[in-house]
Write a protein that binds this ligand. Structure first.
Ligand SMILES: NC(=O)c1ccc[n+]([C@@H]2O[C@H](COP(=O)([O-])OP(=O)(O)OC[C@H]3O[C@@H](n4cnc5c(N)ncnc54)[C@H](OP(=O)(O)O)[C@@H]3O)[C@@H](O)[C@H]2O)c1
Length: 344
């Protein structure tokens, strides 16, 4: 059988590198036809040499969009971080490629446009975010009309139990230490502020078409259950897997198949055991100090250009925090998010 042709956008980042680890295990199944990064030329060259990739580019925006349009691929993995993922995601959809979407910001910013374009160009969007990959799998089991609620879990990040006094003293180093996931800097800070979960609420709304009232979040520090689907008849389906991004990446790359050897391989490297620890804890999210979840609901419901503004202003604030110019709690400074009530 012909190998699946894969284009990886953002191959030098955390998701890109993990995708290459998955592909390394399946040389007979995948052929990498293109790689992109932004600044890391050295790693991009090394990846291209190892996987014999002819088409590579260091670019963003419209230059990257032209590169994408010129490449023939069955699937594009969009693993670019932040708002920079929007143009490449749309370019990949418009050129008719199926999408493995790690870049949640593009869906937050232009969810409606992306879902409409995917429908128009008959491309499949397979989420890579672990919670959305879990929901994508669970929702295949039941008709949508039977679903009462979808529940996203959230590790809580490193600070969800901290007091205001403690949060005021958080350093960049503290915020970059995530308890269960090893990720790029921006998403790690967004996980600490819970803005990442706010983004994921909006992402789930667009991907699966549920109202915000039907989307819940539960803090689950073990990061083993990634999502749940509560049905009208009293049953709840849960998705469980070790906290290792190679699992949802492998799922998205192999979809609709599953790769049988990956699980064994991941087991050796995963931080947690396969069997659940003695307890799986779930708590309602704390909404007062870490405002990311609340902002996600509020801004998602307002719609219009507010979600895009949310992504862009948060991105600037996170950069300032990483540069030591503002404190952790100043990431939420209200002037960054003054929503406009211009559309329901
Ligand atoms: N990491 C995770 O575990 C995880 C889990 C779920 C979802 N996600 C989502 O996946 C996406 C990627 O996250 P990540 O953690 O892998 O990020 P990351 O480690 O920061 O990597 C970002 C990648 O995007 C490239 N890039 C950065 N700015 C760019 C620009 N302006 N134009 C084009 N390319 C650019 C980078 O290239 P250079 O290396 O050359 O700068 C790098 O290849 C994010 O949307 C994140 O929310 C990540």
């Amino acid at each position: 059988m012909a190998r699946k042709k894969i284009l990886i956008l953002g191959s030098t980042g955390s998701i890109g590198i993990q995708a290459l680890e998955v592909i390394r295990l399946q040389p007979d199944d995948f052929e990498i036809v293109g790689l992109s990064s932004y600044r890391n030329e050295k790693l991009l060259r090394a990846q291209a040499a190892e996987f014999r990739v002819k088409e590579t580019i260091l670019a963003e925006g419209t230059n990257l969009a032209s590169f994408i349009a010129g490449i023939k691929a069955d699937l594009a993995l969009v693993a670019i971080s932040g708002s920079a993922g929007l143009i490449p995601t749309l370019a990949a959809i418009e050129s008719g490629k199926n999408i493995a979407l790690a870049n949640k910001e593009s869906l937050v910013m232009k969810g409606r446009e992306i879902m409409t374009a995917a429908k128009l160009h008959k491309t499949q969007l397979i989420p890579v975010d672990s919670e959305h990959s879990a929901l994508f799998q669970l929702l295949q089991k039941v008709p949508k009309k039977e679903v009462l609620k979808i529940i996203l879990t959230c590790s809580g990040g490193p600070f969800w139990r901290k007091t205001k006094e403690e949060l005021e003293k958080i350093t960049v180093k503290d915020a970059l230490k995530h308890p269960t996931w090893k990720m790029g800097k921006e998403i790690t800070i967004n996980s600490a502020t819970l803005v990442n979960k706010g983004f994921e609420i909006i992402e789930a709304h667009h991907l699966f078409g549920f109202d915000y009232e039907q989307i819940e979040v539960l803090i689950h520090p073990q990061s083993l259950v990634h999502a749940m689907v509560q049905l009208k008849d009293g049953n709840t389906l849960m998705h469980y897997s070790p906290p290792n991004m190679q699992i949802p990446i492998s799922y998205a790359l192999n979809y609709p198949n599953r790769h049988k050897f990956l699980l064994e391989n991941v087991g050796k490297r995963s931080p947690g055991p396969f069997l659940p620890p003695t307890a799986l804890d779930f708590f309602p999210p704390q909404k007062t100090l870490l405002k990311g979840i609340e902002l996600g609901y509020q801004i998602g419901r307002l719609g219009g250009d507010n979600p895009e503004k949310f992504v862009r202003t948060n991105e600037k604030a996170v950069r300032k925090f990483l540069e030591g110019k503002i404190s952790f709690l100043e990431i939420y400074t209200p002037s960054f998010f003054t929503p406009r009530n211009n559309e329901a």
